[in-house]
Design a protein around this ligand. Sequence first.
Ligand code: F6P
Length: 456
Amino acid sequence: MACRRIGVLTAGGDTPALNATMYGIVEAACRRGIEVIGLIRGYASLLSDQVPTVLLNPLLSVIPELDPCSGGTILGSSRTYIDPDSDALDRARSALSRLKLDGLICIGGDGTLNGMQPLTDVLPVVLAPKTIDNDLGLNYAGEVHDWMMPPDGTEPILRPSRERIRLDDVINYATPGYATAVFVVVQSIERIRTTAESHRRVAIVEVMGRRSGYIALGSAYAQPDCILVPEVPLDVDLLAERIRQLYEIQHHAVIVVGEGVRLPDGRELGARQATHDPAGNVRYSGAADALAELLEQRLCGDELFTRVRSGEPPGAVFFTRKIGHTQRGGRPVHFDRFYGALIGGRALDLIDSGQTNVIATLQYSESGGFDVSSYPAGRLRDARGEIRARILHPSFYDARRMQLTDFGRDYLEPIFSDAVGWDDVEFIRSRTFSAGSLTSRFHSVNVDIRRRIRYL
Ligand code: F6P
């Protein structure tokens, strides 16, 4: 049976492409005469007594607040998930039936996909992926079976059964949000580089991505001297020696470190306080600072640094910069807008054709380029039934050189060769110093959306 009314929600950490994906869903729904109800703050809407929602297409036209070029999400997001072992599932079930939904599209990442599983017993549910971390998908079909489950219940370890992969093998090549995050990272590093050069310093730049090194990999466009990814245990002595050599030649260096980078004993360098968010994810408190300390211990007394920076305090040679949430915010670049909207349209097709527990994907083929497709969510679950974050396959990264490989370069090029549109550039030119910014206050879309919220 075709849908008449569906729900849509955005959950987990936001990305700049959420509104674009939602726009793709709602536009496609309007053409098919389907009503789209937006749930406020992700799964939290279904658990609240009043179930706040917004009709996203009254009279079958998209509401003007839903601008595909704006970052964030007009619905709001949260890391609240539905625990199937509590009364939460009953509350969500009751809310969904009172809303009279024929299906639900969740825009999210691995946490959202784990969270949607219990709802698939209640109604058809489809995931439209998003995450700046680019960690939702597989390097090749069946990779999920290569996670070894230690019998003591400790963390699974990936032992890839395939030494080499092809670009066409990657399931869900890139997730909306990733390109914009890399764009922000690259611009930041380029700016950090020149000040490091001028002051003869070593910059340590921390990028997001949790346990996946895709954002760190993409930073290669800014030509950092060393890239450290969470997938490969940190060899501090090798790094210190490399920095010494680089410093000798160019009197400065730039290191990029993925926030989830690990020590050889498996401890995460940045997770000094073992804090977790509600989805169970570790919150990172500072891999860059921890790395700076380790390098200082090894290099600060070195004659080279005191000679080149005579008169300066020895510790000040290192400085750290966490790019942080700017990676997740602001206007999405062309790649994310375009493919976010296409993925949204694909998710609508899937739900309207009665599919459930599937994800819309972005596939790449060397002969045909990008196209949208789908993949059963069950094939992303490991032996424990969990979704594992996709991590970099060894063929992407050369641990000895601390740089991406030729294959890593081949992977990035299709995404980034045309990622920024002319309008992205024009937007910067016309908006950054717009006189209107000085005369009017910031107008939040939350104010307009609040007026549209309805409660059960
Ligand atoms: O998963 C997306 C992400 O941005 C990670 O890269 C990062 O570790 C985390 O979310 C930050 O989350 P929060 O906003 O809760 O600090």
